[in-house]
Design a protein around this ligand. Sequence first.
Ligand code: FES
Length: 663
Amino acid sequence: MTDALVVFTPSGKRGRFASGTPVLAAARQLGVDLDSVCGGRGICGRCQIGAAQALTPPNAVEARYAAKRDLAPDRRLGCQACVQGDTVIDVPADSQVHRQVVRKDASSRPMVMDPATRLYLLEVAEPDMHEPSGDFERLARALREQWDISGLQPDIQVLQELQPALREGGWRVTVAVHRGHRDPTPRLTGIWPGFHAQGAFGLAIDLGSTTIAAHLTDLTDGSVRTAAGVMNPQIRFGEDLMSRVSFAMMTPGGAAQMTAAVRTALADLATDLARDAGIAACSVLEAVVVCNPVMHHLLLGLDPVELGQAPFALATSGALEGAARDFGLGGIAPGARAYLLPCIAGHVGADAAAVALSEAPERSRDLVLVVDVGTNAEILLGNTTRVLACSSPTGPAFEGAQISAGQRAAPGAIERVRIDPVTKAPRFRVIGCELWSDDPAFPADQPVTGICGSGIIEAVAEMRMAGLVDASGLIGSAEQTGTARCLPEGRTHSYLLHDGTDRGGPRIAVTQGDIRAIQLAKSALYAGARLLMDDFGVDRVDRVVLAGAFGAHVSALHALVLGMIPDVAVERVTSAGNAAGTGARMALCSRDARAEVERLVGRIHKVETAIEPRFQEHFVAANALPHATAPFDGLRAHTPLPDLSFNRAAPGADGRRRRRAPA
Ligand code: FES
């Protein structure tokens, strides 16, 4: 009898096999990507294939699996179904080890699952008086014989669980094995008696100076089980990075205190996430961390003092891979591994590397500027020819700090603002309420507590568009602007957004000081971008990607009116969501992504803003709204800006409103 022709789709791999060959065995011989954790015992269900012709009928093992777990009528277990004749077998995406995960966010680079940690079910030989060997050695032999993985290395913490697990499982155990992208030595990172049905998980952590966000991710399919964010407790040692470095410099044991605080917060966050998802902490077997250089050092227990002064030397800029406990990461499996993305330079951290991994400027045909704004702005500029990066000290104004009525983005904060260009009356939306404040249904008792980062950015830009603020950033008087909302405050003016004092709430106004704070922050951001454009030898970029919470909440138009970013058509500005967090998840799910980010960081040219004299020039010119010398034609074609000056001392100024045709 001739062998049967078996064709696998979608790979197209084909071969001839004797009748009776299990589909899983045929797939393995041909190198078809068909998953398995239980090694063909009909337990894990990972080997599912589409029902096909010329296979043996469903057997008792499949019936048992279908009764206990879910097996769709058009699915078979590849380890049980055997070939009986010529057939075409479909391997669905969820049965592929290296399945492609299509990302939901704006950037469309798909991610291929290739996690460093995988689970294997093993039958381990029992100890024998006549052939003395350790339990670990017999387990390593089983892994070699049953899964063709040689050279397993123990982890002392996991060894402590090994003997009880083997005996409880009747010598059948599930092991978690980690193989890194640079060091493929297999390491035992977890062990469970019998089949561990819960699966393997990882944490992607975006450790920011203000907030810490983490995504608990399934290492089988890359799906996020749950996510949460907490404030970084180091805030009590200093709002921004440099004040934390100063705290470390001035306070004996200060760095250690900050290290302990962030490690405790991370362990608590991991514990909470696992509990919320109903997952045992011991199933969380990996963590990937992205952070700025100061957070990087403080997490690892390294003194950040050198990062506070030129030449901003990092203790190490390379990626780090090791036992999670050595990184100070608790609340997860004792044998878990951790990976820290590489830093780009002393001021440009692993968070920027994660943004680069996620947004892939090196693959962009057109010239893309990627801006990730937190307390520091991380800026990347590049295309397929090269990529440049810098960090710019924008300060916390974009997050609502240093603003008279500023507050963090929380319920009650004004987050959107519109100002009528004729009546100069404002309307706004607050976090926690879908309605605009001029909607008749806007609740009278809605708390309005302050203004957050996106709110102040929109407020200042709207004031500029409505002719309440001139190009130099000066707020006009009531007489100059024609609205009684512009009130004198000392020698300057402020613009009243909301007066809640009659209901015991605050009076929320945009003051001249607020505008100055926003001007300083936006000038730093623009100057950083402009410096990269100088190095690239260009005057324009083709498109701008706004990353992070900033990108998600700030409209392109308002960012352009303020001149936060270089002039570009409004529709060429897109938001990338939490790109640093996405980069962390990519590195968590794929060893290839880790290799790629390390290659990419080696290719990125760093521009140091702190020592670059042109930075100051660009900073000064960027102080105007939108800019003193750059024409911003693209913006003006779309949104004409009033050309006026409120400066009474300016030559020709006579105190009256000066209004010319819109530019
Ligand atoms: Fe586990 Fe088939 S390989 S059920």
